[in-house]
Design a protein around this ligand. Structure first.
Ligand SMILES: Cc1cc2nc3c(=O)[nH]c(=O)nc-3n(C[C@H](O)[C@H](O)[C@H](O)COP(=O)(O)OP(=O)(O)OC[C@H]3O[C@@H](n4cnc5c(N)ncnc54)[C@H](O)[C@@H]3O)c2cc1C
Length: 389
């Protein structure tokens, strides 16, 4: 682990690097991708070349072995400087399932290629249309055969599936009726998507209000080898949960970045736009909500820093990661709201980027985990209130 001062130096270097990349891929680039609902391949390639997406992979596997604080700063900066990391953020953290629970062979085979960008592991197949948030009710099955498993079922909202070589897939290996707890009998697989596409897996893109490359996936007797199983059969739910804190922390960082972008944009516009012979930012009806969004963002970031600290200390409780995600997504939404209001009619003109960012940042209160489910977690685990579901 780096000392704090070394960490600060690395953070300032990665921020500068990200800023330069974002200057190259400016608003016009993102507007065009958004209009076409196209994948930002050039941007993702650039981040890959610079090694930024491999920052959390240990050095022995070809990554930079940096801490989650640095990973957070990379994603925060991408969003703060006007870009969007959703096309590739999962390349940074989905590998954690393999790193923590995979065999030595799986780690040696896949992690160096993920680090170099030769392989993309950025599809995460957990959510299903009928189970929704109730993950343990998922119905996709992996049935044992002589030399592997056959996958049948359907996933939804599997983002970046068309731009990924590998997918972390959660499927049921033992029927729910045969396990004492429904969290048992679920297994994680590392699926070779290129093989699966030739053998019964179909990917259908879903057009959404934002450019997110999300899809639904159908599995019709898709054969996979035994070597695709990650860890022990039946323990997959625990493995998936162990990656949730990292994901929540990193997404919270994106929200802080968005909030900063909105606050800066709103502040600048409010200084420049004159109506009734004075800048609109002189009116407290405009400046107070911007100031409040600023305070909320700083507070959320302090909780995010605490979440990073606990994560780096090896604490596995989800309390701070969840609170960071909750507060940061709310801070980015408050900032989005005042940025939109401060821009008046110009807010809805594409060329200001406000409406695009507004659509993008709204997602975070729903995915990767919805606000209500975070509140349920805190009520149950921190306050000892009865479980509500
Ligand atoms: C653009 C996008 C990308 C995504 N990417 C991925 C991905 O790559 N991989 C993946 O696996 N999933 C992905 N998801 C899925 C995402 O994680 C889920 O949408 C999210 O967790 C909410 O689940 P749901 O949509 O099934 O909502 P539901 O579970 O149907 O819930 C609907 C609403 O009811 C509320 N609710 C449900 N139960 C309770 C309760 N007990 N108490 C209080 N409120 C409750 C929820 O908070 C929510 O607001 C993505 C989703 C979107 C929209």
């Amino acid at each position: 682990m780096l000392m704090k001062s070394e960490n600060d130096e690395v953070i300032s270097q990665v921020r500068e690097t990200v800023q330069r990349v974002c200057e190259e891929f400016d608003g016009e680039y993102w507007r065009e991708k958004d209009r076409e609902r196209a994948y930002p391949t050039e941007f993702v390639n650039k981040l890959t070349e610079l090694g930024l997406l491999a920052s959390l992979i240990p050095e022995e596997y070809g990554g930079s072995g940096l801490s989650i604080s640095v990973g957070s700063e990379i994603l925060k900066a991408i969003h703060e400087f006007g870009a969007n990391a959703s096309a590739c953020h999962a390349q940074m953290y989905t590998m954690g399932t393999v790193l923590r629970h995979g065999s030595d062979e799986q780690k040696a085979q896949f992690l160096p290629k993920i680090a170099s960008g030769e392989l993309r592991l950025q599809a995460f197949g957990v959510t299903e249309p009928t189970a929704g948030t109730d993950t343990t009710s998922l119905t996709t099955t992996a049935t044992k055969t002589d030399d592997g498993y056959l996958i049948n079922g359907q996933k939804i909202w599997t983002s970046r599936a068309e731009h990924s070589d590998l997918m972390v897939l959660l499927a049921r290996t033992t029927p729910k009726e045969k396990v004492s707890k429904k969290s048992q009998g679920l297994s994680v697989f590392l699926l070779d998507m290129n093989d699966a596409k030739k053998n019964g897996m179909t990917i259908q893109p879903i057009r959404t209000m934002l450019n997110h490359s999300t899809t639904q996936i159908f599995f019709d007797n898709v054969p996979i080898p035994d070597s695709a199983l990650v860890g022990e059969e039946g323990k997959g739910f625990k493995y998936i949960l162990s990656g949730m804190n990292a994901e929540r922390i990193l997404i919270a960082a994106e929200c802080i970045g968005d909030a900063r972008w909105f606050i800066s944009k709103a502040t600048q516009y409010s200084k420049e736009r004159e109506v009734f012979g004075r800048p609109i930012g002189q009116n407290q009806g405009i400046q107070f909500p911007i100031a409040r969004a600023f305070a909320e963002t700083e507070a959320a970031e302090a909780i995010l820093d605490k979440a990073c600290y606990f994560y780096e200390e090896g604490d596995t409780s989800g309390t701070y990661a969840n609170m960071a995600k909750l507060l940061s997504s709310e801070a980015s939404w408050s900032a989005a709201e005042i940025c939109m209001q401060a821009h008046g009619g110009f807010a809805v003109a594409e060329e200001y980027d406000v409406e695009r960012k507004f659509r993008e940042t709204r997602l975070y209160q729903i995915a990767p985990i919805s606000t209500n489910l975070i509140l349920s977690y805190l009520a149950e685990h921190e306050l000892g209130l009865p479980r509500s579901y």
